[in-house]
Structure formats: C-alpha cells, structure tokens
Ligand binder design. Structure first.
Ligand SMILES: Cc1cc2nc3c(=O)[nH]c(=O)nc-3n(C[C@H](O)[C@H](O)[C@H](O)COP(=O)(O)O)c2cc1C
Length: 231
C-alpha cells in the first residue's frame, strides 16, 4: 500500500514537471515568435540609418533604397541566403554598393556588419549591426563605444590573404582591444574576405536586376489595396 502511494506521488510529480516544462517551452517559443519580426525590423532601421552615414552624399545622385539587388554570395555575405546589395550611382554610373556580412567567430558567436565599398574596392565605411560581445571588452566594435570600426575607412584589400588585414598582434594594421583579441580578429578576417570578394564581383552586383523596385511596387500595391478596402 505504502509502495503504491509512493508510486502515485512520483507519477503525479512527473506529470506536474512535464506540464511545467511544456508551458515554459511554449512561452519561450511564443516570445520568440512575437519578438523575431520586431528584432528584424529594428535591424532594418539600423541598416537604413547607417546607409546614409556610410556613403559620401557628393558622390551619388540616386536613392540606393530604390536600387538594390538580392544575391546569394556566401563569400561576400557569410550567409547562404540571398542578401540585399544597395547600389549608389552618379549620373547612372556605379559609385558604391552597401551590403551586410556576418561572422560567427565572435567571442559570443554571431556578429553582423554593414559594409560600403566603392567602384575601386575602397571601403567607404562599416558599422556593427548586431553582436553579443562582452560589454567593456568586445563591444568596442560599436561606434557608440569606440571609433575602432572607422579604422577600415578608405582601406582596400589586395588579395584574400592580404597580410595587412590582420590585427596588429597577428602582424596586421588593425588594433586589437586590451585583453580582447578574438572579437576584432573575427571582424578583420570577415571584412578581408568580404571586401575582396565584393570588389571582384562589383560589376556583377551592378549588372543584376533591380529587386527594390519590385518590392517597393508590391508594397505600394498592397498599400493601395488596403486603402481601397478601407474606403
Ligand atoms: C568573461 C569573459 C568575457 C570575455 N569576452 C571577450 C569578448 O567579448 N571579446 C574578446 O575578444 N575577448 C573576450 N574575452 C577574452 C578572451 O577569452 C581572450 O582571452 C582574449 O580575446 C584574447 O585576447 P588577448 O590575446 O589580447 O589576451 C573574455 C574573457 C572572459 C573571461
């Protein structure tokens, strides 16, 4: 009798624990579902804000937000998925492309960057879009914390193993941070490959069809459809 009672109690506890775990998993999944689009939206806003900072306004006369192409070039973007390449032109001639690239070699994994290069492969600017690096150590990659990310301005990459594109500790030209070499090393390495490959593919990036117009037309169409249905 005593054994049966103990068995029932254990079974009851197990059931309770399972239900609790299920509820928690559900809560985490729902939170992720709700916040993922918001995080993506914030990232897009950061991209749009930075885009104007990276490009020299005297050097282009189009709206790069309406001139972009989606390409799957993992060697440039670090991603297998198609990524957007914005294109800035002057009198219809290519000036610069702005795109996202990413590395998972950060101290805490993924770091996402925005990069602009001109038609000579010269970096016009870079910004860190997202990261999980340690505050006070690796987070100096944010412009709000230090101007380290500006050290790539006006630099170009001669080859995929251009030895200048390393942190100073590894014989290159870019500073590491005190007690934190992993984060800057990851970014320098990613930018070395990404900038070089973007320079090699610059003409293809500008020759590809404009996907921005299609998506802005789609947005306009859905807005018009919504306005009509609201009437
Ligand atoms: C809690 C903790 C957090 C750390 N966070 C970072 C980081 O965000 N970025 C980084 O490069 N190194 C970070 N480090 C240091 C690395 O473990 C590693 O020692 C360092 O990057 C190597 O740089 P050094 O060769 O200049 O010492 C952290 C270390 C600890 C203990």
């Amino acid at each position: 009798m005593k054994n049966k009672l103990a068995f029932l109690k254990t079974k009851q506890n197990a059931l309770l624990l399972t239900s609790f775990a299920t509820v928690c998993t559900l809560a985490v999944s729902l939170t992720h579902m709700w916040t993922a689009p918001l995080i993506e939206q914030q990232k897009q806003i950061a991209v749009l804000n930075s885009l104007n900072e990276l490009l020299d306004p005297a050097k282009f006369d189009n709206n790069p937000l309406l001139n972009c192409t989606k390409l799957s070039v993992p060697k440039i973007t670090g991603s297998d998925l198609p990524q957007t390449f914005y294109r800035a032109t002057l009198n219809g001639q290519p000036y610069a492309t702005v795109f996202q690239t990413r590395t998972e070699q950060g101290y805490n994994g993924l770091i996402e960057l925005l990069v602009a290069i001109d038609n000579n492969g010269v970096v016009q600017g870079t910004r860190t879009l997202t990261h999980q690096e340690t505050p006070g150590l690796g987070d100096k990659i944010e412009l709000a914390k230090s101007d380290w990310i500006l050290s790539f301005n006006q630099k170009s990459v001669r080859s995929e193993d251009d030895d200048k594109w390393n942190v100073k500790k590894d014989g290159g030209r870019f500073d590491q941070f005190t007690g934190a070499t992993i984060t800057p090393r990851a970014i320098v390495k990613q930018l070395r490959q990404s900038v070089f490959q973007a320079q090699q593919n610059f003409d293809n990036i500008f020759a590809s069809p404009n996907d921005c117009l299609a998506s802005s037309n789609k947005q306009n169409q859905s807005l018009t459809a919504k306005e009509n249905s609201d009437e």
